[in-house]
Unconditional design. Structure first.
Length: 248
């Protein structure tokens, strides 16, 4: 007998992103407690397990971090976990869309961390207009993270992804802007990202011996993207500990 295909008749998403409905508890384990997402957020929010792992990793490397900045905070997938794992630090989320920030605030409340996150409505494309004010307002930044828009779910249609297509700025300008805040910069990029381009931009901005550490991120054994780390604490890190089971 042929396999009967199970269809979820409650799936409210348009067909081009409907697969994400089946992943809803992977995106947010507390999905049923009131998580809100819009179309862009459904396909771009970071799965919870990955966001937790990254926050634990930051805590492992920067246990005394006072300020973490999430540029392109979207629906708060990463920002929420930074707030959970750094309860005494200042966590800032920046996004250029009011609707995304509204979702992120609601989602942060679902995880009881809304009072520990400051969300700012700013368009990073125009960072030069407000970066000095931002520095004054938030002080030194320990780590700046960004999971930027990759241009929609069609990013895999190119064999090799050109990182100059990431929004709101291409790779080089985005990194340049983030290095104005801190040496410790982390980006989440497509799994088909051009690694040669990553090395070239790293050397161009930071000198001939500069390094970028690239880690492939898997969730439920499926590749989701790559995490790219700059800054000596990240690039010199010797993995000697499995953080998966580290205390929450
Ligand atoms: P995907 O590659 O579209 O689907 O998104 P997937 O999970 O590979 O498909 P499946 O067949 O394996 O189920 C995978 C993940 O990549 C998403 O959950 C997001 O975390 C991330 N992602 C996808 N897009 C299009 C973006 C984006 O534009 N920006 C960011 N920051 N993350 C994205």
């Amino acid at each position: 007998m042929g396999k009967r295909r199970r269809t979820d008749t409650n799936n409210p998403l348009p067909s081009h992103i409907s697969k994400f409905w089946n992943q809803r508890y992977t995106l947010f384990s507390k999905f049923d407690d009131g998580i809100q997402l819009n179309e862009e957020l459904w396909y771009s929010v970071t799965p919870e397990e990955m966001a937790m792992y990254l926050a634990k990793f930051f805590r492992h490397i920067f246990p005394d971090a006072r300020t973490i900045l999430d540029i392109c905070s979207g629906g708060g997938g990463n920002t929420i976990q930074f707030a959970r794992y750094f309860p005494n630090s200042k966590i800032f989320g920046i996004d250029n869309t009011r609707a995304n920030i509204d979702c992120a605030v609601v989602n942060s409340a679902v995880y009881n961390v809304e009072s520990r996150i400051t969300y700012l409505l700013r368009d990073w494309e125009n960072y030069h207009l407000f970066i000095n004010e931002l520095k004054e307002r938030i002080g030194p930044v320990d780590v700046a993270f960004c999971s930027p828009p990759w241009g929609g779910p069609s990013y895999l249609s190119q064999e090799v992804y050109d990182s100059e297509n990431i929004k709101p700025l291409g790779l080089e300008r985005l990194l340049e802007s983030m290095f104005q805040l801190t040496e410790n910069v982390v980006l989440f990029l497509p799994r088909n990202t051009d690694k040669t381009q990553l090395s070239d931009v790293t050397r161009k901005l930071k000198g001939p011996s500069a390094k970028c550490r690239v880690v492939e991120a898997y969730v439920n054994k499926r590749p989701k993207g790559i995490l790219c780390f700059w800054g000596e604490k990240f690039t010199n890190y010797q993995p000697n500990k499995d953080l998966t089971d580290e205390e929450d």
